[in-house]
Design a protein around this ligand. Structure first.
Ligand SMILES: [Ca+2]
Ligand SMILES: [Ca+2]
Ligand SMILES: [Ca+2]
Length: 148
């Protein structure tokens, strides 16, 4: 009896936390259309939520993919594993890595991300706005999916 009461109290104290966490939880990316995945990805990268992906935000995103904070680069295996942990398929992770690795040295570093930034910036005005990123990433994911 005591244990049931304890569990009841535990449930009541944990429940509000679970409920407030639910809306921010991302659905499995593999179940969503690429356009929506691109949209969600932009929302994660655009930390100050101003509709622009600043180069600093691009670099912050690069840092979150590092295995250790002191690393200067990201190896293919680690990058693909991270993509899979976000419920992308292995094929998509591999394709995106190959695309991001602009100098094809099988390592992602900040120069690759800077080069990616100029690719995202379709109109070449020095900033990447939401629409530019979403269009680019949507197409990249579509190509990646087709590659498998
Ligand atoms: Ca921003
Ligand atoms: Ca590289
Ligand atoms: Ca632009």
């Amino acid at each position: 009896m005591e244990i049931m009461k304890f569990l009841g109290i535990l449930l009541i104290s944990v429940l509000p936390l679970t409920l407030t966490q639910l809306p921010t939880q991302l659905p499995a990316l593999s179940s969503l259309p690429n356009f929506q995945v691109a949209n969600l990805t932009f929302r994660v990268i655009d930390r100050n939520n101003n509709g622009i992906m600043e180069l600093t935000e691009c670099n912050t995103s690069f840092n979150t993919f590092k295995r250790y904070p002191t690393d200067n680069s990201i190896a293919r295996d680690w990058f693909v594993a991270r993509m899979v942990s976000f419920s992308h398929t292995q094929t998509v992770g591999d394709y995106v890595f190959t695309h991001y690795d602009r100098d094809s040295d099988n390592d992602l570093d900040v120069s690759d991300f800077n080069a990616m930034y100029t690719l995202f910036d379709k109109n070449g005005n020095g900033v990447v706005v939401r629409e530019e990123f979403i269009r680019y990433y949507d197409q990249l994911l579509t190509n990646a999916t087709l590659s498998g």
